[in-house]
Design a protein around this ligand. Structure first.
Ligand SMILES: [Zn+2]
Ligand SMILES: [Zn+2]
Length: 351
């Protein structure tokens, strides 16, 4: 075991604070990584505040991790000391169930091991995430970052990026397809960039007139203000695919009506309350209402390589870990363009 430092919450109503803990020494298949950058995902906040009622304390979040390899086990061939490496939302899975065998570990029948708040099968207890100095992960769950990408801005690809890439690929976004992205936040801004790079005709839906220009800059061919009924009506029955990244309560039927026969509305934002769905909108055009969560490890690597080829990273605002609670407060007000990333060098300054 070796000592690490990080920021953790001791309970749902205490702020994140400096925290020392031990991680396992790298085993034969492990990669030890010094963390350089960690993106701030809304799931981090849900978890530290126990909003999903499943948080194990101390809670040390972070699953958009980019760092540098400091040690590798004897069986590790993919990485060597000094390499850049990345870790996303999963650090293990059962590897034997049909989902794992098919490379969709995110749907593991025995539940994948979350990078944080997961049951740690090796060291016992629960997993600690990326708001920390180091992490030790099995090589099969460690990813490579294309050399041309900015490392800090690449960190959000590990959750926000793959969360949008996977459904865009699964439902066939590409040339000749009209794809809608609902909501311009951490998830939505990646959706606009990725769908544009895939060659689709991209339409961004937003409630904020102030985001129209940004939507176009990020790659949207059209931006529709979703509260403008006339603008919405002009797109009725025209979309092959819409990906809805909004996690607040909203009217999904308004978007279902914009989808063509046999098209699909995919929910990736997760509202706390059930969303009412207008069934008439589904039956009338044989439409589907679907969901999707992150992506498998092989697909996450494919996404990173795609981003390397197209020069895609997140739009980020770098922060010191000392200001993480302020960042959470701003995130709750959607006051970030479009993802906070922690400069983990600030951990040393904070300790
Ligand atoms: Zn996340
Ligand atoms: Zn499995």
């Amino acid at each position: 075991m070796f000592m690490c430092t990080g920021y953790a919450a001791q309970s749902a109503d205490t702020p994140l604070a400096p925290f020392s803990f031990e991680r396992r020494d790298p085993g034969p298949a492990d990669v030890a990584i010094e963390i350089l950058y960690c993106g701030v995902c809304h799931s981090d906040l849900h978890t530290v505040r126990n909003e999903w009622k499943n948080t194990l304390y101390p809670s040390l979040p972070g699953h958009e991790i980019v760092g540098r390899v400091t040690a590798v086990g004897a069986d590790v061939a993919k990485f060597k000391v000094g390499d850049v490496a990345a870790v996303g939302c999963m650090v293990d899975s059962c590897r034997t169930c049909p989902s794992c065998r098919q490379g969709v570990e995110q749907y593991c029948d025995n539940v994948f091991t979350g990078t944080y708040n997961g049951a740690d099968k090796i060291s016992g207890g629960h997993t600690f995430g990326g708001y920390s100095s180091h992490i030790v992960v099995d090589q099969d769950f460690v990813l490579k970052v294309p050399a041309n990408l900015d490392l800090a801005a690449a960190a959000p690809l590990l959750c926000a990026g793959i969360t949008l890439y996977s459904p865009l690929r699964y439902w066939g976004a590409g040339p000749g397809k009209k794809v809608g992205i609902v909501g311009l936040g951490g998830l939505g801004h990646m959706g606009v960039k990725l769908a544009h790079a895939m060659g689709a005709h991209v339409v961004l839906f937003t409630t904020s007139p102030g985001k129209v220009e940004d939507g176009r800059r990020l790659g949207a061919d059209e931006v529709v203000l979703s509260r403008d009924a006339d603008a919405m009506a002009r797109h009725v029955e025209s979309f092959d695919l819409i990906i809805d990244a909004v996690s607040a309560k909203h009217d999904v039927s308004a978007y279902l009506n914009l989808i063509k026969r046999d098209g699909t509305l995919v929910q990736v934002g997760v509202p706390e309350e059930p969303l009412p769905v207008g069934v008439i909108s589904l039956v009338w055009k044989r439409r589907s209402f679907a969901g999707s969560i992150i992506g498998g490890i092989a697909e996450t690597q494919e996404m990173l390589d795609f981003c390397g080829k197209h020069g895609i990273t997140a739009d980020i605002e770098m922060i010191s870990i000392r200001t993480i609670e302020d960042a959470y407060a701003r995130m709750l007000k959607s006051d970030v363009k479009y993802r906070f990333v922690i400069d983990m060098a600030s951990l040393g300054q904070a300790a």
